[in-house]
Design a protein around this ligand. Sequence first.
Ligand code: CO
Length: 216
Amino acid sequence: MQIENSYKKIFEENKKWVEKKKDENPYFFAHLAEEQNPDYLYIGCSDSRVHANEIMGLAPGEVFVHRNIANMVVNSDLNILSVINYAVEHLHVKYIIVCGHYGCGGVKAAMKPRNLGILNPWLRNVRDVYRLHEDELDAITDMESRYDRLVELNVYEQCLNVIKIAEVQKSYLEKGYPRVAGWVYGLKDGILHDLQIDFKKELNRVQKIYDLTKEE
Ligand code: CO
């Protein structure tokens, strides 16, 4: 019963929200319907506690969003590749942000070597991050700190995965954007942490092996 009531309430709340927005600005929906012009592409975790617009303080129309378990950028995932392509080539976003969060269930699951059925191939991408940074992570004896560090390193590796994409490299070469940034959100305090990834340095490093701006 409770869930049915809360389901019904969604539509009641929606009507109230529409009225409130129209009161504030009668053209709110008319303007939004015309076009979107976001400067940011946000790639985050599906976790219900991490809401892109809200934590960034941005209104509808200001951020293009993609979310999946553990904020992954996987080379064979047509979904995220399409999102990035559209954001770069059609929306001309200025920043692509990969935002992880401390307390991420996907990252935690990947830290335990267990069979998790259909989740195995997805989580393997996080496990691969662990393997890449095995020495650093294994040297952290406190398990909570090791978990936090894997969350950060996972964001870093996903930023590199964004930088490996041809459209991103070509757009940056031609126009000077998008830049790529890595953030971690703290569930316990609501604070966003910028990992201060040096975009130009990482781009140069990535392009040593994955320079896709040149034709054959
Ligand atoms: Co998560």
